[in-house]
Design a protein around this ligand. Structure first.
Ligand code: LUZ
Ligand code: MOS
Length: 753
């Protein structure tokens, strides 16, 4: 089934926040933000801005009836700064005017005075100064200290990954409308409607029941709207509450880039030890996460770095420690992969380093150390359903790895100014929110008396196709034509207490809740039909909108059965609740079974380097991916292609840059380069790994949102291999992204001082 939004997307009819009709009396907000990285507010003079024609009001912390606090995991973040600012771009006030233009013009008239304090942008410096968001955490297995003695080869080094701007096409925004009795109806471009609702209630000092959050769809999220859609939604709600007027806040792209957090940059140390047979015996790593000025989701992101520190390999002795370092940058946040990629990069760098020093191909080390069924992850979960060795062999066979190697060698022997390289990038990604209580969801299903169906879940459509999957599930459960089912907006008054659409788990959690609701309704309808036909409900089946009795079609249609049930006063509405079974985690010992299952896969990336210019093109990426049993190959293939290209962007061209004062220098699309159509590999081939799938996944169709991003990491190592074909002296510092400038320096770097 194709994506249910495809027609309305290409005809421009899909509704986003900015397409919601504006009510009379709406005021528009421009966020006033800190121009300095760290300091104390001395004075702010709003008088000129307030005097401007069309300016209605300026909201500040003084207008907050509840708490001036929006921190989710840790209460360490003000909605509007009061006395101290901690990063450039931190919100101080919301200027409300009759038009967006006036609000932005008025912002320029505000005069601010600060006393400046020390700005720290480097996570290692923050750690040295004791500026940590939470105490460090360590995951361990075996005993690394004792294991080094058994290692024939030990390598140590550092690795860095830079941050990444989400660059959702639709910037952050919200529209709040005051209803009666202090009730606010809030449309928000958020992945987490409940998070926005809860935080608005806290800031307004009212119960959550007074705030209704509604989401039709987002123009992209990628994690950037898991937590950071909240401030703008809360500001709009606060304005509507205080002024009793509708308030619209939509960030200009430059404001969005400056004010919001991004993927966490990491700076890490590794030590890896191998046996004579090239088995990894021990691995240690220390991760310095650049958290920015407040916690946001950093502790959870840090945790996932530890979970994925050994990626797809079995290592018997592991000790990995992570520090969440508080700096004067915008609070960094969720981004597709959620710390996992940052952890994986370091062990991939360590293996590349070892391969270089040992004079073997990196893929030999990778293949020798792949995780197998029954191996323990450092966090105690035992690997099962692992097909990594099989996936590797499939890839070798399906994409003729030997021929690729030969072709690359031959090309390199024949060309001086161009070199090819390739890499293999295995991925093992755990599916579930690492915080166990978040793994729950609900779905509300109405069967209308004409037989059509309305479905509400906690899932937010952000372009990933979750609504298509939900619709498929309901249509399949009732055996209805998909046109008989409507996916409703995501709304906190219909489905409450939702987890954000995140962690690749949205279809699993909401889909299973939906299945349960449909099952209950189906049972009720079957019982009704059974009474009518004088049989048991086990004799009844629903097929293609018709009622079947003992395997034979009757003349009763679905619509007639629904009508009959309605007249018999049977409930045609059901709420399904799902909580992932089995999973648990004990932080006191850092052991447990945090993931419902893992997704596995392998990518083969080929690149051609221009050794005069330092530029490169990816010839192909060939992937064997573990979909389980994909319930929608079009949607799932789209997720793989998008994730791959986003990962390649992170690894190669997206160069986030702050200056010493904490000012974002890569502040627009002219200074921050994201992949365009020319950056997409010439060929992307995706083969499904043949497997039974797992009952833990919806319809055995495994989660596919985040895992493919990590295939993009193959780009870094493919470039390294091509670069070394030109300059065998090149020693990588494993500092991603591998921009053409860095490649060019590497091509002509010499090992002699
Ligand atoms: N969000 C979250 C996530 O709150 N917890 C997670 O474990 C997670 N994992 C991936 C992406 N978002
Ligand atoms: Mo996400 S990084 O699954 O919001």
């Amino acid at each position: 089934m194709k994506n249910i939004d495809s027609t309305s997307h290409v005809t421009g009819k899909s509704i986003y926040l900015d397409d919601i009709p504006i009510l009379q009396g709406t005021l528009y907000g421009a966020v006033l933000d800190s121009p300095i990285g760290h300091g104390e507010v001395v004075a702010i003079d709003y008088s000129e801005a307030l005097a401007m024609d069309g300016v209605a009001y300026i909201l500040t912390h003084e207008d907050i009836p509840g708490e001036n606090q929006i921190g989710g995991i840790i209460p360490d973040e003000e909605l509007f700064a009061e006395k101290e600012v901690h990063f450039q771009g931190q919100p101080i006030a919301l200027i409300l005017a009759e038009s967006e233009h006036i609000a932005f013009e008025a912002r320029k008239l505000v005069k601010m005075k600060f006393t400046e304090k020390e700005v720290i942008t480097d996570p290692r410096e923050a750690r040295a100064k004791g500026r940590l968001i939470i105490p460090p955490r360590t995951f361990s297995l075996g005993n690394t200290a004792a294991a080094w003695a058994q290692c024939a080869h030990i390598f140590e080094g550092t690795a860095q990954t830079n941050g990444q701007e989400h660059l959702y096409i639709e910037t952050q925004g919200a529209y709040a409308v005051p209803m009666e009795n202090g009730h606010i109806r809030l449309s928000s471009s958020t992945q987490g409607p409940t998070q926005v609702q809860r935080t608005a209630a806290r800031v307004l000092g009212v119960g959550m029941h007074r705030i209704e959050v509604d989401v039709v769809r987002l123009g992209g999220g990628f994690g950037g709207k898991e937590d950071q859609a909240t401030p703008w939604g809360v500001m709009a709600a606060l304005g509507a509450f205080v002024l009793n007027q509708p308030i619209k806040v939509v960030l200009h792209r430059l404001d969005d880039m400056r004010m919001t957090g991004k993927r966490h940059p990491y700076s890490s140390d590794y030590k890896i030890g191998l046996s004579e047979e090239l088995k990894i015996i021990a691995y240690e790593a220390t991760f310095h996460q650049n958290a920015g000025a407040s916690a946001d989701l950093s502790p959870a992101v840090m945790e996932r770095t530890l979970f994925h520190a050994t990626n797809s390999y079995f290592v018997p002795n592991v000790e990995v420690t992570a520090y969440s370092c508080k700096t004067n940058l915008p609070p960094n946040t969720a981004f597709r992969g959620f710390g996992g990629p940052q952890g994986m990069f370091v062990i991939e760098a360590a293996l590349a380093h070892a391969a270089r020093e040992l004079g073997v191909e990196k893929c030999i080390l990778q293949k020798k150390n792949l995780l197998k069924n029954g191996d323990s992850f450092p966090y105690g979960q035992i690997a099962d359903g692992v097909g990594l060795s099989q996936i590797w062999e499939d890839l070798e066979a399906k994409f003729d790895l030997k021929a690729v190697e030969a072709r690359v060698q031959e090309f390199n022997a024949q060309h001086e100014d161009r070199k090819k390289g390739f890499s293999l990038m295995p991925v093992t990604f755990g599916i579930s929110f690492t915080k166990t209580p978040m793994n729950q969801a609900r779905a509300l299903v109405h069967i209308y008396s004409d037989g059509s169906v309305g479905v509400s879940t906690g899932a937010v459509e952000m372009g990933q196709g979750v609504n298509t999957k939900m619709l498929q599930i309901a249509a399949q459960m009732f055996s209805l034509n998909p046109s008989r089912v409507k996916l409703e907006s995501t709304n906190t008054t219909r489905v409450a207490n939702t987890s954000p659409s995140a962690a690749s788990a949205t279809s699993d959690l909401n889909g299973k809740a939906l299945q349960k609701a449909c099952q209950a309704l189906q049972e009720r309808l079957k019982n009704c039909a059974a009474r009518h036909w004088g049989v048991t409900s086990a004799d009844i089946s629903l097929k293609e909108e018709r009622i079947w009795v003992k395997g034979k079609a009757t003349d009763m249609s679905w619509d007639q059965l629904v009508d009959m049930a309605f007249l018999a006063r049977i409930a045609l509405t059901e709420n399904g609740h799902y909580a992932t079974p089995i999973i648990h985690f004990d932080k006191t010992i850092e052991k447990g079974h945090p993931f419902a299952y893992h997704v596995f896969g392998l990518a083969l990336t080929e690149v051609t380097l221009d050794c005069i210019r330092g530029t490169y093109e990816f010839d192909s990426v060939k992937i064997v991916h573990d979909f389980g049993k994909s319930m929608n190959t079009a949607v799932d293939t789209g997720q793989i292609e998008g994730g791959l290209v986003q990962g390649i962007g992170w690894m190669t061209m997206e160069e986030l840059s702050y200056d010493q004062a904490g000012k974002l220098r890569s502040n627009s699309l002219s200074t921050y380069k994201i992949p365009d159509i020319y950056a997409v590999p010439g060929e992307i081939l995706i083969e499904a790994f043949e497997t039974e799938g797992t009952e833990m996944a919806i319809l055995k169709s495994k989660a596919v949102g985040e895992p493919p991003l990590m295939y993009g990491m193959g780009a870094f190592f493919a470039i390294e291999s091509a670069l070394r074909a030109f300059n065998p002296d090149f020693e990588s510092t494993y500092d991603a992204p591998f921009t053409p400038e860095k490649v060019l320096m590497g091509l002509y770097q010499s090992s002699q001082p």
